[in-house]
Design a protein around this ligand. Sequence first.
Ligand SMILES: Cc1cc2nc3c(=O)[nH]c(=O)nc-3n(C[C@H](O)[C@H](O)[C@H](O)COP(=O)(O)OP(=O)(O)OC[C@H]3O[C@@H](n4cnc5c(N)ncnc54)[C@H](O)[C@@H]3O)c2cc1C
Length: 586
Amino acid sequence: MAPWLVPRLFSPALDAQIGGSGLRSALLPSSTSDSTTTSTSSPPSNALPRALPASRAFSTAALAAAAPARSGLRSSKLTRTTAASRLEQTTTHLAFSTSSSASMPPLAKPSTNHYDMVVIGGGSGAMGVSRRAAAYGKKVCVIEEDGRLGGTCVNVGCVPKKLMWHAADMAEHLSEAPEYGFGDVNNKPAVPGFAWNYFAEKRDAYVRRLNGIYDRNLDKDGVEYLSGHGKLTGANEVEITMRGEDGKFTAGTHKVTGDRIVIATGGRPIIPSDDKIPGASLGVDSDGFFALREQPKRVVVVGAGYIAVELAGVFNTLGSETHLLIRHDTFLRPFDPIISETLQDHMSKTGLRVHQKTNITRVEGERGGPLTIHTDNGSPIEADCLLWAIGRRPNTDNLGLEHVGVKLDQGGNIVVDKYQKTNVDSVFAIGDIQGKALLTPVAIAAGRKLSNRLYGHASLKDDHMDYTNIPTVIFSHPTSGTVGLSEPEAVDKFGKDKVKVHTSKFVSMYYGMLEHKAPSAFKMVVGPGDKVVGLHIVGLGADEMLQGFAVAVKMGATVKDFQETCAIHPTSAEEVVTMVPTTHKP
Ligand SMILES: Cc1cc2nc3c(=O)[nH]c(=O)nc-3n(C[C@H](O)[C@H](O)[C@H](O)COP(=O)(O)OP(=O)(O)OC[C@H]3O[C@@H](n4cnc5c(N)ncnc54)[C@H](O)[C@@H]3O)c2cc1C
């Protein structure tokens, strides 16, 4: 089988971990298709202790068990329930409208040889661009090779990650409950253990329901969904290698043409090669995190970006012994120092073992068994799971870009102008594949704006994604959020004399009642004309707090605008409009 036919969302390391009985092997010619079950396992009959017992060893079998839940999804039928309809309503931010029909299978072949728009990829960006184009009456098809729609965000990114964060958040609240009068505070009951497998099954069922909603939304909007691998064979031509119901890419090939071709193929996680770091492939990546069926007792997470911090935070908060290995002194270095410093200090106090200036040199052990992780700084670490979260690479290989000479940058990302157009007039690229602001709402908005500009009213002829002041949140413990320039970026841009910084550090009222307190730390970065050019917040509720303030920053609000907005009391957010007295110059 040609290597490019291997589904991109599953890394070699995960494939190795699932030991031939997992999803990837299910897609290879020698395998059979997997279960299509959408049921969840029963709730645990008895609570598990918070510290994981040794008997719950982390195993290859546990990883392999993940496979059925992640495959064979195209043929699953969604039974509509009240919960499902509720779900449809609550996912409009991802899917912008819903339908009540049953889940639609992909088409067996294209309905025509020519489309107004052909979209390669079926993730966030593809949904945005294709559905908007179809709303303008255009004939559009979406080609997705993974066997399910939704891409990284829905299947192995934002959605399952946020659910894991909610579980961890609940563990925190359970441990705090006695101090709020629930149970005997002098004889605190053990926090019930977390049934990882039960939750993972339930989480995956939720994701499958989202997959079904995505299917139906495309169908409702008249976008054709073709399950297969797309490859450019000309500036206006795409070859589709169709994927059959058994998951194999043996259902024939078709060539279609499009006035416009949009590449929305996203990226995939990186793992170092075994040549570079012997034994590196004994670890998993972020896709592998979602394949875990048991909670590892001891985990090493490698990486300093937001995905590493979020996943390490989940493990740590749920009670795994968690080591985070970072190359420098601090994690989240591109973020404002108030975020990285506050979080690193607090997460370390809550048990996360941050190993600064530490690189893995060698990994020993057996796949799925205990691992000995050797580093260049200190004694080896014994762990049950090694998770690499060291970055992602764009899915540009075997896309046929060379056929039409689409330019890539040094990182392999597709180079686009502000209208998402590549150097080839008919070819566009949106989302992670263009290497800027790798976030779901960015991919969706860039896609919608592209279709607005191409097919919309004259007033939309300049519509394009503005890559400045994009708000984003880190689902850490506590959460943190950021919009605009960090203090160092503002100083670089405007000069030290033109920048003022207002900060506030406090303990939110929720923690005032508790023995163990989590910090809140806010920073407003002010540029010329007293304009708020950056806002960075860490603390309880930061995730929900930031969206509204981001509107103000995007609109160019000044400090006065913030100050003249009446505070909402008692909240943490009120600090944002009242923190001026602690002003300092950088
Ligand atoms: C662990 C994790 C957590 C994240 N959390 C967040 C978060 O909280 N908030 C947020 O905004 N973002 C988050 N992200 C980022 C977000 O998931 C991505 O920015 C977003 O999914 C990008 O959308 P996209 O359409 O560009 O690509 P994708 O969603 O990756 O979709 C690309 C699709 O193209 C398909 N494909 C690739 N090549 C081909 C081909 N040749 N033919 C056919 N199909 C192909 C792939 O199978 C894939 O389904 C997270 C990512 C990860 C990994």
